[in-house]
Design a protein around this ligand. Sequence first.
Ligand code: AMP
Length: 214
Amino acid sequence: MRLVFLGPPGAGKGTQARELAREWGVPHLATGDMLREAAATGSRLGLEARRYMDQGALVPDDVIVGLMRERLARPDAARGFIVDGFPRTIAQAEALAQLLKDHGQQLDVVIYFDVSEGELLRRLTGRRVCRACQTAYHLVFAPPTRPGVCDKCGGELYQREDDGEKPVRIRLDVYARQTSPLLDYYRQRGLLATVAGEGSIDVIRQAIRQTAGG
Ligand code: AMP
């Protein structure tokens, strides 16, 4: 199964992809996580990417496509994957199709997470993320048992630089201008399926399972 999770920042793509990838035994390929890891190790690519990320802007297509080319070539991706946060532009979608074609593969379905803008703002500004395992919490809607500590691994929770109010507004605007055209792009190719992204995490997860046929 080769899936793309598509939707605005804060739609719940990472939360769902992390669990379902584990359940289905496929890798969860999240470009945002890859970039944050690269930035944390202080690599040149990571530090350069960070300049864009902290402002809420997109990292240039060639950097992201290079990253995904390497990641998709690794053996664990041969059996399938869930991609989250990529593609974010039409150019990235074209590049993904070509990368898969080079491996004799194609996407099975693109799942769009439909969430209202008010809900996105609420989720993003209250979000806290584990530095170690990337599990996401929310200060009000899904708090950890102990403040500041990850329930899953005991790691430290932090607020992403780009979850501040100003970068969040920019990210939502970037999504509307650069990423939302992918809805039509994938609809025209018969690949788009929409899931209602508001409500309980478990109910949404079940809807995704049904849509993915899993
Ligand atoms: P995310 O964790 O998916 O919200 O991504 C965080 C940030 O990483 C984004 O705001 C971008 O700066 C960068 N990023 C992640 N994925 C991509 C992508 N596919 N194309 C461009 N920039 C990306």
